[in-house]
Design a protein around this ligand. Structure first.
Ligand code: SPV
Ligand code: MG
Length: 431
């Protein structure tokens, strides 16, 4: 009896999957691979059912002989283990990043004469509806909100990129790269006060009010499913913060990070060049505790951001604050630095981890940008935020285009570096 292998990465079965099983069944014993949670995440198919539930679902299907777990997107391990005579897949993987998976399968099969069978992908309104429903489900507050906590458990490091509009949200949601035989993408989004303010042409001094920040979040939520971490600046007055916690939680935001500053907040990257006042441990702890008491779900996170290193108050002050804020209820600690070298960040992480093994640590490596995610994770970091790079890359590109149009009195000279109109109009999904 020949063996036929196919992998499923879905929580819901539709005609497309049944067609694949039917095609596979003609060639022999059908083995389905259930893609693991970790692999699904790298595929932006965040699971809404557990692996056990998915296995049960696939086992219940007519024509399926066996279900096993596939732990990575690429097929190397599974093919080494199974040596299937056939691998069956929909024919919709020839373009884009998924073509790297196809290439991986073709190469592996060619080593021992296995065959690839490509089944015509089933496009029909019912299939599209199920695909859309799955995606929409992930965008719903109850699914999106808890996704950050789930990711912290599932990923060595939660890769987070700044978003400040629907368009930057789409980039965070959809950008996938194939690198060294692996697919990769961002896990979460950071709604930065710096970039949200900059996009509105305003300084980063809590001038853009909460109504406007919520509008930005809603624009992003409209077109994405990934979890959102809000840069909540100082959190404002405690009496206001508690209301904002409820609002953010209801919208499906996963976390707010508030910093231990008081009075007129300036951007941290100014450091001690401008007047900035740190809140006392007591007053900031009280704000955290009040926020935690206000929230209604177990999913939402209030993360305390410590500015001691930015304000040059020393490592001991940073650590004292971290332990105090965790005691006050903080669900995570963000430690910030504007040094070029990551040394003080790593020292903080190592010392914090000596006594606290589990509270998530967040870092924003804008200045200390030579360190990799993997190295940060080795020091106990859970969330890495790329806080402003999209804005900083877009602004000079737009400015140069504006200058060149002025210079040449026409747009021909800039056209080569522009995204084709056809591409930009297909960037946005149509219903
Ligand atoms: C932001 O992105 O607004 C931040 C991070 O708060 S930083 O600009 O580095 O202070
Ligand atoms: Mg900020």
């Amino acid at each position: 009896m020949k063996t036929v292998y196919t992998v499923f990465c879905t929580d819901v079965i539709h005609d497309g999957h049944l067609n694949v099983i039917e095609a596979a069944h003609k060639y022999g014993k059908v083995i389905i691979g259930a893609l693991s949670d970790e692999a699904l995440i790298r595929y932006n198919k965040f699971p809404t059912k557990s692996l056990e539930e998915r296995i049960k679902l696939y086992e219940s299907l007519d024509g399926v002989d066996q279900v096993i777990v596939q732990n990575s997107i690429m097929y190397d391990d599974i093919v080494t283990k199974l040596h299937p005579d056939y691998i069956v897949h929909g024919d919709n993987w020839k373009e884009g990043p998924e073509s790297a998976i196809r290439e991986n399968v073709v190469n592996l099969l060619s080593e021992y004469g296995g065959k690839l069978i490509e089944v015509k992908y089933t496009y029909n309104p019912a299939v599209k509806k199920i695909d859309d429903q799955l995606k929409e489900k992930l965008a719903m507050p109850e699914y999106r909100r808890k996704r950050l906590r789930q990711l912290i458990q599932m990923c060595p490091v939660v890769k987070t990129i700044e978003a400040h509009s629907g368009l930057t949200g789409l980039i965070a949601e959809k950008t996938v790269v194939e690198n060294n035989g692996k697919l990769d993408q961002f896990d979460a989004m950071w709604v930065s006060s710096l970039c949200d303010s900059t996009a509105k042409g305003k300084p980063d001094i809590e001038l853009v009010d909460m109504s406007s920040r919520l509008r930005t979040i809603d624009d992003i939520m409209e077109v994405t499913t990934k979890p959102i971490i809000l840069d909540g600046d100082t959190g404002g007055l405690t009496e206001h913060f508690v209301y904002n916690v409820r609002t953010l939680e209801r919208m499906g935001v996963s976390a707010v990070i508030i910093e231990d500053k008081t009075g007129l907040k300036k951007n941290s990257l100014f450091g001690t060049e401008v007047q900035q006042t740190q809140a006392t441990i007591e007053e900031f702890s009280a704000k955290i505790t009040a926020g935690k008491q206000a929230q209604l779900t177990d999913d939402f996170m209030i993360i305390a951001r410590i500015e001691s290193l930015i304000l040059e108050r020393g490592m001991d002050d940073a650590l004292n604050r971290a332990f105090a804020f965790v005691k006050a209820g903080a669900d995570g600690i963000m430690i910030h630095s504007r040094k070029k070298e990551p040394d003080e960040i790593l020292e903080f992480c190592d010392k914090f981890r000596e006594s606290d093994k589990k509270t998530p640590i967040v870092v924003v490596p804008s200045s200390f940008n030579t360190i990799t995610e993997e190295e940060l994770a080795q020091h106990g970091v859970n969330i890495v935020i790329y806080a402003n790079q999209l804005t900083r890359s877009a602004f000079p590109a737009m400015q140069q285009t504006a200058k060149d149009i002025l210079k040449y009195h026409r747009a021909k000279e800039v056209d080569d570096r522009l995204m084709p109109i056809k591409q930009i109009i297909t960037l946005i999904d149509e219903l």
